[in-house]
Design a protein around this ligand. Structure first.
Ligand code: AMP
Ligand code: MG
Length: 401
């Protein structure tokens, strides 16, 4: 059986980032940029006022005060987006709004708060530092500045910068199209009444939500009954997908047909990994798509998504490091397990003054979805240790993105 490290290395070695496509800038949010973004014009493009006030010659008002106010004659007003119809000379002031271009001759802005209007003139009541409240052309970024680097994660600030640099669209790695197939005759859709041996289909939703959170596009979400025909039809629905995820049907039960259908249409690369939960995980290829067969137990499905599928999706999305960071925390209680498989226990990490602390969420059954709800991390009990005492360090992966 493969170890976790062997399995994830094998998966990632088969994946390269998706071909960049041009996207409207808002659609690039959450993606990885695939080009360098430079400014063509300076940012801001022209000298402008940082305040509502008066554009003046700085030397006129350098020593103004309440006791000795400076009287200036008013010129025409300059609005944001308006024309500069005036030239400011000593003894004059042009009313100017925030963002309006500085008129020629003026080098300083006196805020409205430091003045008093008198007929067609204005009194300046406070000393102004020459040059104050003027935003110089290019002070944010001169023309030709690399403002967002290739490989950057696009956040709202980057989207704003694309727009500020005049870009309507940018090159980014597109979201992988993902098909989510849940399997099982016992499953009912939320909202339906449960039959005597039925449970609600939670995997279809939990896994789709994980895909969305990782940056994937849930292109197909279907349910298949435990028959070859139904499963084939579900795979047919995923023809255009880059990634197909199945849940359930990968164990050794009599109705576990997932591996059979993958072998019919592609190939199984490996089945089973020495981890807990999630041992019956399958990886393969199917009609050009990457195929991840997740176990049916809700915790196993979510944990194997986290361990194998999320890194694969992040790699497709162009992330330089597709893995979540591994951190170290001190156990606040003893944990034990059956040695032999690497155990990814659901855990709660807290941040204290002395670093990270961690404890298990409680019972760790692979069908206990509440252990995922209570958890904010997975803590990793190594293959070869039967137990770790309170106070010992342990590796943790925090789950929130
Ligand atoms: P399987 O791997 O198909 O044998 O399923 C293992 C366990 O997970 C069984 O108890 C199933 O009822 C449960 N299970 C499988 N699929 C789902 C699902 N989509 N939602 C909730 N539980 C599931
Ligand atoms: Mg099943």
């Amino acid at each position: 059986m493969l170890s976790y490290d062997e399995a994830i290395a094998r998966i990632l070695s088969q994946i390269s980032p998706s071909t960049p496509i041009s996207l409207p800038i808002l659609e690039s949010l959450g993606l990885i940029l695939a080009e360098n973004i430079h400014t063509h014009s300076p940012l801001p493009p022209f000298d402008n006022s940082a305040m509502d006030g008066y554009a003046v010659v700085g030397a006129d008002v350098a020593s103004a005060s309440m006791g000795e106010p400076v009287a200036l004659t008013l010129l025409g007003t300059i609005a944001a987006g308006g024309d500069i119809a005036v030239r400011v000379t000593p003894g004059y002031a042009a009313p100017i709004m925030t963002g309006a271009p500085m008129p020629p001759g003026a080098d300083t802005v006196v805020p409205v708060e430091d003045t008093k209007r008198m007929g067609d003139g204005v009194w300046v009541l406070e000393a102004a530092t020459p040059g104050q409240f003027v935003r110089k052309a290019g002070e944010d970024a001169p023309a030709g500045t690399l403002v967002v680097e290739n490989g950057s994660a696009v956040r709202p600030a980057e989207v704003g910068m694309f727009a500020a640099a005049g870009r309507q669209s940018v090159l980014a790695h597109r979201r992988p199209r993902v098909g989510v197939i849940s399997t099982g005759d016992e499953l009912a859709e939320p909202g339906a009444d449960l039959g005597p041996a039925q449970i609600y289909n939670s995997n279809s939703y939990a896994i789709a939500a994980q895909v969305m959170e990782a940056g994937g596009d849930v292109a197909v979400r279907v349910h298949a009954r435990d028959t070859l025909e139904d499963l084939r039809a579900a795979f047919d629905a995923c023809v255009d997908c880059d990634v197909i995820l199945t849940t359930g049907g990968v164990s050794v039960g009599e109705f576990d047909f997932v591996k059979a259908v993958i072998e019919e249409r592609g190939s199984v690369d490996f089945w089973r990994v020495a981890i807990r939960p999630g041992k019956p995980f399958v990886f393969g290829q199917c009609g050009g798509a990457l195929l991840f067969g997740l176990p049916g137990n809700p915790v196993s499905a979510m944990v194997t998504f986290e361990l194998f599928v999320r890194p694969a999706l992040r790699r497709l999305l162009g992330a330089a490091n597709p893995m979540r960071p591994m951190e170290t925390a001190l156990l606040t209680e003893e944990v034990s397990h059956d040695p032999g498989r690497r155990d990814f226990q659901r855990a709660v990490v807290t941040e204290g003054a002395a670093g990270l602390r961690v404890r298990p969420t409680g019972r760790q059954g692979s069908g206990m979805l509440r252990s995922m709800v209570l958890a904010n991390a997975l803590m990793i009990v190594p293959e070869d240790v039967p137990s770790l005492a309170a106070g010992e360090p342990i590796s943790v992966i925090r789950l929130s993105s």
